[in-house]
Design a binder for this molecule. Structure first.
Ligand code: GLA
Length: 683
């Protein structure tokens, strides 16, 4: 069975004659099996492997353990595909490794085929099992909750198993499908590590485990509910693709994943300059009124918005969150003439038009549910717990997908919609389809519906939202090209949310809006400067009631909007750099253009800093031998907090990349929740 001996930087050419590759047998300890069974690419219990098997299942109670052998392999310059056969259990597994040499990201795709003549019940299917280097002792996972996604957690890789099992039926707020394993204390700049990400929007399982042999391994794949997958004779099932990358420091890993996502995952339209959004949600919630909306559009446009998104509340019977989901036609009581007046107004101002949908859901109080109570995921005889008063439609059913496609397409045609905010606001509980578990089919159904829309409307932009960032993964991002990162727009909480998100996803697809002065989710008050600077880390936009801002605030927003427009010309090809800081409350990060001629940096004190003065801040990724002009924005507002402001902020300076990257810049006194923006471009 094929094994992976090394996953890391490229080794010099190996001499086949004198190589460890031909000497990879291992010792056999007393009191264990008489022959060693090392970790293979498809570990199987039938061969005597005692760690996590890649596949579990049975055929009417028999063939509960598999033992594969190599059938054949196919190889090209950048890929290798192993086809493995278990002639007794009558199963064929194929595992393909494709290395993208530009980004160094490896894509692993596994497939299982039932070659027998009866059904095979599948309980578990790993996408990949990878060895973890012996020197790697730490694991970084992203965990969170609604309003605080992508929080970084560290665990020690020890004798016990580290296990994440996401059964929420979506990518989830709680468990990001991926992790980073690496040397102790690996950080943005230092430490050998390996990052993995499962490109999948449904149930999955990830384990990191030190085996009894001392070797550690990582396994990621589908999590299957009891009875969910019964492979018919001849049937094939694909495990979701796993993306893996070895790097030195998190910055290098991030840059590699960003480059890969840009070239091989994201829709083409994400490569065009990303417009400034204004979203109606926190300004109006369900309180839709045409006059109020027209005024909001005017106000947003005057603050620099380029696309207006009409959020939840526009469709039939949707006066609050108790009803309406499923009835995707414009509410006549609020919009007697449809959305035409509003859309024309938006376009007359030169803005694009976006509309919110939550296609996978239905409220029991809706026409759709009245007519098709059998269209929901459910289990007979049980009451499905509601979440936000809603149930989940069964997208495994063709009729449901057809209904949704037609409903959405009709509105796209009528209003020439530019953009859809595709929301998904609940976890799946009792996800029964004809009585059987149907999460895998559900996820495939969602993908299929999105694919159908994408091929009919290639220019239609779709955002993935799931109560904020509960559906961010390369599976959904092959079909959508923006993520509503979090419902929390508090810039201080956003710092860690956006930093975690940014590990795997590039900034140009990260929805980041300037919210209200008092954040609706946290009650925290912050100034406009901090809110705008934090929003500049992603796709800048507004989630505030622009009707109620002062002229000065409007000018400030316009100022940052102009900055965003300058940056976006090169950000979609830039490299992301997080600068490690001594004080954990100081967040420093930046984007550097491909040619290293332009860069911008956000420097934010999330809370009070520990010392009298902030530490000197280094910039990264610049050209050592080139002079850079550094221009600071925001220092005036901080002046009163200290007796002296460093001269370089007041009078712009020109210094070498080497000095900026090694010596760094003295910061002014930065009180809690203050922010600075630095422009640093070759002079
Ligand atoms: C979810 C989204 C929000 C908003 C509301 C509307 O919570 O994350 O941005 O669209 O739904 O109901």
């Amino acid at each position: 069975m094929p094994r992976i001996l090394w996953f890391g930087h490229i080794l010099p050419q190996i001499d086949d004659e004198n190589s460890l590759l031909s000497l990879c047998d291992v010792a056999v300890p007393q009191a264990k099996l008489d022959a060693a069974v090392p970790l293979s690419i498809v570990p199987d219990s039938g061969s005597g492997f005692m760690g996590p098997a890649a596949l579990e299942g049975h055929r009417a109670g028999v063939h509960f353990a598999c033992a594969f052998q190599m059938e054949h392999l196919e190889q090209s310059a950048s890929s290798i595909r192993f086809v493995l056969l278990d002639a007794v259990a009558e199963l064929r597994m194929s595992v393909e490794f494709v290395l993208d040499s530009e980004s160094s990201v490896l894509k692993i795709h596994s497939q299982l085929e039932n070659t027998g003549s009866s059904e095979f019940s599948l309980h578990k299917l790993a996408s990949a099992t990878l060895p973890i280097a012996d020197t790697f002792t730490e694991c970084l996972t992203l965990n969170g909750r609604w309003g605080l996604e992508f929080q970084q957690h560290r665990s020690v890789i020890s004798a016990t198993q580290l296990r994440i099992k996401n059964m929420s039926g979506r990518t989830s707020h709680e468990y990001f499908p991926g992790c980073v394993v690496g040397q102790q204390h690996f950080n943005a700049e230092h430490g050998q590590l390996m990052g993995v990400h499962l490109g999948y929007s449904g149930n999955y399982e990830l384990t990191v485990e030190r085996l009894t042999t001392g070797e550690a391994c990582l396994q990621v794949g589908l999590a299957i509910l009891p009875g969910e997958i019964n492979l018919a004779p001849g049937a094939v099932i694909d495990a979701p693709a796993l993306f893996a990358c070895a790097a030195d420091g998190l910055n290098q890993m991030t840059q590699r994943f960003h480059q890969f996502a840009r070239r091989h995952v994201l829709p083409q339209w994400t490569r065009t300059p990303r417009p400034i959004h204004a979203n109606s949600w926190e300004a109006l919630y369900f309180d839709h009124d045409e006059h109020a909306l027209l005024a909001l559009v005017d106000a947003a446009a005057s603050a620099g918005a380029e696309r207006f998104v009409l959020d939840d509340g526009w469709f039939h019977g949707r006066r609050d969150d108790t009803s309406g989901l499923g009835d995707w036609w414009v509410d006549k009581t609020v919009y007697p003439k449809g959305l035409h007046t509003l859309v024309a107004h938006i376009r007359n101002l030169g803005l694009e038009f976006g509309l919110w949908f939550e296609p996978e859901m239905v409220n029991p109080v809706s026409e759709l549910y009245k007519n098709h109570p059998d269209w929901v995921l459910q289990v007979a005889g049980r009451n499905t717990p509601l979440a936000r008063n809603q149930l989940v439609l069964n997208l495994g059913l063709v009729a449901v997908r057809d209904y949704l496609y037609k409903s959405i397409a009709a509105l796209v045609d009528e209003y020439k919609i530019d953009y859809i905010k595709w929301d998904m606001n609940r976890d799946l509980v009792l996800p029964g389809s004809s009585g059987k578990a149907g999460v895998v089919e559900q996820v495939n159904g969602v993908y299929e519906l999105l694919d159908r829309l994408q091929s009919a409307y290639p220019n239609l932009e779709i955002e993935s939202c799931s109560s904020g960032g509960a559906r961010a993964d390369y599976g959904i991002l092959a079909r959508t090209g923006r993520v509503w990162t979090s419902d929390c727009i508090d810039p201080i909480d956003r710092l860690s949310i956006q930093r975690g998100f940014g590990l795997f996803f590039p900034p140009e697809i990260m929805g980041a809006h300037v919210g209200h002065d008092v954040a609706h989710l946290t009650g925290r008050a912050t100034n406009l400067q901090t809110r705008a600077i934090v929003a500049l880390q992603g796709q800048y936009g507004y989630e505030l009631d622009a009707r109620n801002i002062t002229d000065e605030e409007r000018q400030q927003l316009m100022f940052y909007a102009e900055r965003y427009k300058q940056y976006r010309a090169w950000v979609a090809e830039s490299s992301a750099w997080v600068v490690p800081t001594r004080d954990a409350a100081l967040f420093v990060q930046g984007q550097v253009s491909l040619d290293r001629a332009s860069s911008f940096w956000t420097i934010v004190a999330s809370s009070s800093l520990e010392t009298n003065l902030p530490e000197r801040v280094r910039l990264l990724g610049l050209a050592e031998d080139k002079p850079y002009r550094v221009i600071a924005t925001g220092w005036e507002a901080l002046r009163s907090f200290g007796k002296h402001t460093p001269d370089w902020m007041v009078n712009e300076v020109v210094v070498s990349g080497a000095e900026l990257m090694n010596i760094g810049l003295n910061l002014p006194v930065m009180p809690a929740q203050s922010a600075l923006l630095l422009d640093c471009s070759q002079a």
